[in-house]
Design a protein around this ligand. Structure first.
Ligand code: AHG
Ligand code: MN
Ligand code: MN
Length: 335
């Protein structure tokens, strides 16, 4: 039974109990991720106080600057999940390739693969703007031993669970294990996540779009026409739309999930596959949005159907309210 005092851990366990033959390992793994995110949340809140800001001087595998908090979040998630013993491979945006985990670390069958973006929106850290962690969980295909690259490169529709944590005005964790989308708010005083959104559904149609419009000149004609369309007056279709863009995908997505909206990071003249990563960003959010009644496409195809060929693969992403994504698709298909 759900009530105001339902904690994240209790909810996860009750959800898994409904699945015939479940062993409780997925609950434990989600619990490990929640624990890691609580540790990261604490560090994010301290970031303005201690001398942690600034660059390490390193670059991640995408050739972008890495800030200290990215490294911290990555190490924290990796260490806690390794000790937890339920994952046979970890794939992170901040790692060159996947991290295989041997059975010696586990008393269990360590049957899961976890993909994660340890810190999303990291360019916003210094400005005290919301950032987050995104994660995605698959079952291994191989039978035993450390996970393999084939285990790690599965289609998005094979995810068994996914979610994110936003470090914002409060810390909120949102997850799905394939039975709806649920959100929990962290009480920092006692370190416990309490349910705040049960069975979240994204409004079918919205009045908000989220896009980096500075890229307008680089977009395809179809993309330009769609954004022009959203700005025109038309009472019947609720136009013009409002524009909201934080620049942290996780924060833009969370707002759109609650209030309705469409987020777009399309391909452009320079970046043929857009900017966002299929495995760490697009797939987990696509699983969540579909569970909430929304839609996620790359312009033409469903995100969850994309065949992954490399861990750091990028994809255009159009995600959010169902009807808005369908309208965008009509414009983009003409390209
Ligand atoms: P990350 O911090 O993990 O590298 O992700 C940044 C991403 C995403 O959070 C955001 O939506 C997008 O970059 C913003 O890109 P632009 O600055 O090009 O708009
Ligand atoms: Mn990111
Ligand atoms: Mn990141």
């Amino acid at each position: 039974m759900i009530n105001r005092l339902t904690t994240l851990n209790r909810h996860i366990i009750e959800e898994e109990r409904r699945i015939p033959g479940a062993t409780g390992q997925l609950s434990d793994l989600l619990g490990d991720i929640a624990l890691a995110c609580k540790v990261v949340s604490l560090e994010v809140n301290k970031a303005g106080l201690i001398d942690i800001l600034g660059l390490t001087g390193d670059e991640n595998v995408q050739g972008e600057e890495v800030k200290k908090l990215d490294v911290y979040a990555n190490e924290t998630l990796k260490n806690i999940m390794r000790i937890g013993g339920h994952a046979c491979a970890l794939c992170s945006e901040e790692e060159e390739t996947f991290v295989p985990i041997d059975e010696v670390y586990s008393d269990y069958s360590h049957k899961y693969i976890v993909h994660f973006d340890p810190l999303d929106g990291s360019s916003n850290i210094d400005a005290n703007i919301s950032i987050g962690t995104i994660f995605s969980i698959y079952k291994r295909l191989s039978i035993s031993g450390p996970g393999t690259i084939e285990d790690c490169l599965q289609h998005g529709y094979k995810q068994v669970a996914a979610g994110y944590v936003v470090y914002g005005s409060s810390t909120i964790m949102v997850y799905t294990a394939g039975r709806g989308v649920h959100g929990f708010t962290l009480d920092p005083a006692i370190g416990e996540f309490f349910i705040s959104y049960n069975n979240l559904m994204i409004p079918k149609k919205s009045k908000t779009y989220s896009v980096n419009e500075g890229n307008y000149a680089k977009w395809s004609k179809g993309m330009q026409n769609y954004i022009d369309y959203l700005k025109q007056f038309d009472k019947e279709t609720g136009r013009p739309y409002s524009s909201r863009y934080v620049g942290s995908l996780v924060a833009d997505f969370h707002r759109n999930l609650l209030y309705g909206g469409i987020f777009l990071y399309p391909a452009d003249g320079k970046n043929k596959n857009g900017k966002l990563r299929l495995m760490y960003e697009a797939n987990p959010l696509a699983f969540l949005v579909e569970q909430a009644g929304g839609l996620a496409i790359d312009g033409k195809n469903r995100i969850l159907d994309i065949h992954p060929s490399s861990l750091h693969q990028r994809t255009p992403l159009i995600i959010g309210s169902y009807e808005d994504v369908l309208i965008a698709k009509k414009f983009l298909e003409k390209d």
